[in-house]
Design a protein around this ligand. Structure first.
Ligand SMILES: NC(=O)c1ccc[n+]([C@@H]2O[C@H](COP(=O)([O-])OP(=O)(O)OC[C@H]3O[C@@H](n4cnc5c(N)ncnc54)[C@H](OP(=O)(O)O)[C@@H]3O)[C@@H](O)[C@H]2O)c1
Length: 379
């Protein structure tokens, strides 16, 4: 079977059943696999499973000839897989992992030893069982950081935790919580009082696409508000005070480009994501000089299981989505540097780098004014 290592294999009908099993078996033997199927979501999840365990896989959604030529989709997936195999060393480095067809980010370097010393030995990820949360878990585990994994599904957390424990020799604890419930943020702080946590990541926070604010019960909006505002606030307050007392630590808040302005049919999502961006900016300035860092990410569209579920049947072109592993790596690399990372996406994406620079200049100016005002008031 060694002759299969380093080769590219295209497997059609690989979203489930025998095709899926073949794809996984070949990937285990070092083959770079193109997981092709008319079930794009299934192909994506097979490819994600393979890449999560260190293999190289590319999903190819065999769409109908009217939306995209099937053969063209397959060819582009193969072309993407071929250059990947040369650099695809199995492991957690998102720059070398095989991935599904997605937009990529040129990532800055991260000093892993310095990162671990400042933000280890334990990290807590709220919303860790899949998608970006699992990417954060993988990247932190690869640096040797122990993990508290939080979500609603204990089996999914334990499956991930056990794999990371096996693969990287880390310790993990799984915590079941519904973050849309009042008080859940504070309970995360209490439930980890015995652990030396140096990093809190607020990840869970998505909302289904196309919600009408007036058409849905107000309780639905209130639950999203609780998850994305009240519980983020509670956990940041609790963990932030712990970090200040121990003299070091960090907070990462996953916001969204939807928080950069209003977005119809995602009213509460957009509003709560704007809360997160402003919350992070203000805290970044207040934490200055105390060796405790915070960064907020205005994340772009990313190919996660939540996105796939939310857009099922809408004919979305997932090749326009970013690789969630890249976005997580970008966030971790910017902790202790930038207040916000705005990832270029959306109708005005060319303006995003300037917007990030403008927001930072405004924040720095306000922080200077705040310091001068406080000094004058104290004098
Ligand atoms: N995907 C995108 O295109 C996109 C774009 C911009 C911003 N973002 C932001 O990036 C973050 C992650 O997005 P995502 O697409 O990975 O999906 P997500 O649904 O926000 O996060 C998935 C993770 O959160 C957990 N989770 C979801 N609801 C929860 C709840 N009520 N209580 C506890 N855990 C919960 C899920 O596990 P369980 O199911 O086990 O609970 C899973 O581990 C979110 O903050 C989102 O707003 C995403």
């Amino acid at each position: 079977m060694d002759t299969l290592s380093g080769k590219v294999a295209v497997i059609t009908g690989a979203a489930s059943g025998i095709g899926r099993a073949c794809a996984i078996a070949l990937a285990r033997r070092g083959t770079s696999v193109v997981v092709a199927d008319i079930d794009g979501q299934g192909a994506g999840s097979t490819a994600t499973e393979i890449t999560a365990s260190g293999g190289a896989a590319t999903a190819a959604w065999l769409r109908t000839p009217t939306s995209f030529p099937t053969i063209g989709g397959l060819l582009s997936a193969v072309l993407y897989a071929v250059p990947k195999q040369a650099s695809s060393a199995p492991g957690a480095d998102p720059r070398t992992r095989g991935t599904t067809l997605m937009r990529k980010i040129d990532l800055p370097e991260l000093d892993q030893a310095a990162f671990t010393a400042k933000y280890g030995p334990w990290a807590i990820i709220a919303g860790a069982s899949e998608g970006t949360g699992a990417c954060y878990a993988e990247q932190l585990a690869a640096m040797g950081i122990n993990l508290v994994l939080v979500s609603r599904r204990k089996e999914a957390l334990d499956a991930l935790g056990l794999r990371l424990q096996d693969q990287y020799g880390i310790e993990y604890r799984s915590l079941t919580a519904d973050l849309t419930e009042a008080g859940a943020g504070g309970r995360l702080v209490e439930a980890t009082a015995d652990l030396d946590i140096g990093l809190y990541i607020s990840n869970a926070g998505a909302d289904g696409a196309g919600n009408s604010f007036f058409g849905a019960p107000v309780e639905r909006s209130l639950r999203l508000l609780t998850m994305n505002a009240a519980n983020v606030l509670e956990a940041s307050h609790g963990f932030g005070n712990r970090f200040l007392a121990r003299g070091k630590g960090g907070i990462v808040i996953m916001s969204s480009g939807a928080g950069l302005g209003g977005q119809p049919w995602l009213v509460m999502y957009s509003a709560t994501k704007a809360f997160e961006l402003n919350f992070v900016e203000s805290l970044w300035a207040e934490l200055d000089g105390q060796n405790v860092d915070i960064v907020g990410i205005a994340a772009p569209i990313m190919d996660t299981p939540t996105l796939r579920r939310a857009t099922e049947g809408l004919g979305m072109d997932y090749s326009m989505a970013y690789d969630p592993a890249d976005v997580c790596a970008l966030a971790l690399a910017n902790l202790g540097k930038e207040p916000l990372v705005l990832v270029p996406d959306g109708p005005d994406e060319a303006k995003i780098p300037q917007l990030q620079a403008d927001r930072k200049s405004r924040l720095v100016a306000l922080a200077e004014w705040g310091k001068a005002y406080t000094a004058a008031a104290g004098a």
